[in-house]
Design a protein around this ligand. Structure first.
Ligand SMILES: Nc1ncnc2c1ncn2[C@@H]1O[C@H](COP(=O)(O)OP(=O)(O)OP(=O)(O)O)[C@@H](O)[C@H]1O
Ligand code: SF4
Ligand SMILES: [Mg+2]
Length: 371
């Protein structure tokens, strides 16, 4: 009886809180709503695996607690990833774009469980990453890799290249000991490095070569899936194309699947098969590259894509200028999180978060314009 009363009380609290906008909520009501959202997602049935997909992500949540005061009380949450779902087919690349701070890196790290997941489901080749015990996850590590933006800080300055590339290969017994030397030569050549580079240290290489070393370190582990987080943003424009081409060649040769995070839409257009657009922790649009470039549906995507320069002197750019800056994910706007900056905002937009709809086959959008 007591349990039923408690459940009713919780339902009443949720109904009461749901009537308010985020700005009107008390901290307790906010905590209650977020807790309820986490519970609802945790209670969802297991998603079904489609063998065509390497990665399947459903309702991924990552909330970072904000701690203040001497006793580190949790006073709020940064809702860095707030219910993101997508799939990536084997051998393809999904580009993930959006303004700085919208949660792209957090999606990548949380999928790999480099961050603890708040809630949601992630399947890698059908394996439930979100439920995997630490030991099992460690065994799976070689198969899911991440390449970071900064090839300077992601390489230990004290180790020679052979050691940097070979360390994890040895640890995970990827090849027998006696084949190690030849294997490293082969991987280095595949990545455009020479075997005589083996004894050199990272500071002896240029930025582009260092990124080649990072790529070699990843592919040496024979991965299936790589999260590439802005892998060329820190490089000279002239070098960027070489690295992108290398990654595309390796993808074909080795059947790799990529999640390619970038804010450079020209790079994303070049490498991606599908594209997801993120805004303040949510995926607002997701489609094939062709669909999204030919027919961007979400007002945020439209604004983002209108900024891409077109090399045609007769073409007049209709650039959509976004008003204001991206709000804080610790206190996002109510309803559609984009409503404070959207030129097409309607009354419903500030009250109710839009659901994701499939507007044409494979083209998903979360916006009330398509209700
Ligand atoms: N470890 C952390 N603790 C607390 N907040 C974090 C942490 N990591 C990220 N955040 C916050 O989560 C939000 C999303 O950050 P994230 O780094 O994922 O954005 P991003 O889209 O990758 O941005 P950028 O394009 O600048 O790399 C930001 O508000 C960020 O401040
Ligand atoms: S839901 Fe409303 S505010 Fe949000 S993008 Fe669509 S039209 Fe704009
Ligand atoms: Mg980032």
């Amino acid at each position: 009886m007591e349990a039923v009363d408690k459940t009713n009380e919780a339902v009443d609290k949720t109904k009461e809180a749901e009537k308010k906008t985020d700005a009107q909520l008390t901290r307790q009501e906010m905590f209650h709503l977020l807790g309820q959202r986490i519970k609802d997602i945790q209670a969802e049935p297991a998603i079904e695996h489609d063998p065509e997909n390497v990665l399947e992500v459903h309702n991924l949540l990552k909330y970072f607690p904000i701690k203040t005061g001497l006793f580190s009380h949790v006073t709020g949450y940064v809702r860095a990833v707030d219910g993101v779902s997508f799939n990536i087919k084997r051998g393809t690349t999904m580009g993930l774009v959006g303004e700085s701070g919208c949660g792209k890196t957090t999606v990548g790290k949380t999928i790999l469980r480099l961050n603890d997941m708040t809630a949601g489901q992630v399947l890698f080749n059908g394996i439930k990453i979100h439920e995997l015990p630490k030991g099992e996850l460690r065994k799976l590590r070689p198969k899911i890799q991440m390449i970071f933006q900064d090839p300077y800080s992601s390489l230990s300055p004290r180790l020679p290249i052979a050691e940097i590339i070979g360390e994890a290969v040895r640890e995970h017994n990827v090849v027998p000991k006696e084949e190690m030397d030849d294997y490293l030569d082969q991987v280095m050549k595949q990545c455009g490095l020479q075997p005589y580079h083996k004894d050199r240290y990272p500071h002896e290489f240029s930025g582009g070569q260092r990124q080649r070393i990072c790529i070699a370190r990843s592919i040496a582990l024979k991965p299936d899936f790589i999260v590439c987080d802005e892998p060329v943003s820190a490089l000279d424009v002239s070098i960027q194309a070489q690295i992108i081409n290398l990654m595309m060649d390796l993808q074909k040769e080795l059947g790799l699947t990529y999640l390619f995070i970038s804010h450079d839409l020209s790079v994303v257009e070049h490498i991606s098969d599908t594209i997801g657009v993120m805004y303040l922790g949510n995926l607002v649009e997701y489609a094939s590259k062709e669909q999204i470039f030919a027919n961007p549906l979400h007002p945020y995507t439209e604004a983002l894509f209108s900024a891409i320069p077109i090399p045609d002197p007769d073409y007049k750019m209709k650039r959509v200028i976004l008003q204001g800056s991206i709000p804080s994910p610790a206190n996002p706007p109510s309803g559609c999180k984009f409503h404070t900056r959207c030129a097409k905002c309607m009354e419903i937009c500030s009250q109710c978060a839009p659901e994701t709809k499939e507007v044409e086959p494979g083209h998903f959008v979360a916006c009330h314009l398509y209700d």
